[in-house]
Design a protein around this ligand. Structure first.
Ligand SMILES: [Cu+2]
Length: 123
């Protein structure tokens, strides 16, 4: 008798706990999911070449390259990645304080590579 009451209480507690965990989990997932920003690289252009971000915002760059292996580098954010053609490379980054920050290709990809860059504008 006593054991069956204890068992029922434990089961009820377990179900309430599970419900709370599911609610907390779904809420947290939505709030913390970083914004995805797709950037495509081809000789010798990034599209887009102007990326607006909010200060302190966490994002994931989804990087693709069309013709040859490219580099995607944001020196002021401390991130870079190789981007081979035919792959999607995910690169997490967090925006710094308001300002304009250069991003650039840091793998030599032909004549025109030197001007292959863009601006991240943080507001
Ligand atoms: Cu390049």
């Amino acid at each position: 008798m006593i054991s069956s009451i204890v068992g029922r209480r434990a089961a009820l507690g377990w179900m309430l706990g599970l419900g709370a965990a599911l609610l907390a989990g779904s809420g947290r997932g939505d709030a913390a999911a970083p914004r995805v920003i797709r950037v495509h690289a081809r000789k010798f252009i990034f599209t887009p070449d102007h990326i607006p971000l909010r200060a302190g915002e966490s994002v994931v760059f989804e990087l693709t390259a069309q013709d040859v292996i490219m580099g995607f580098s944001v020196p002021d954010f401390g991130v870079r990645a190789d981007v081979p053609p035919g792959m999607t490379v995910r690169l997490p980054a967090t925006a710094r304080a308001a300002g304009k920050y250069e991003f650039l290709c840091d793998i030599f990809c032909g004549s025109g590579h030197e001007t292959m860059n863009g601006v991240i504008e943080v507001t």
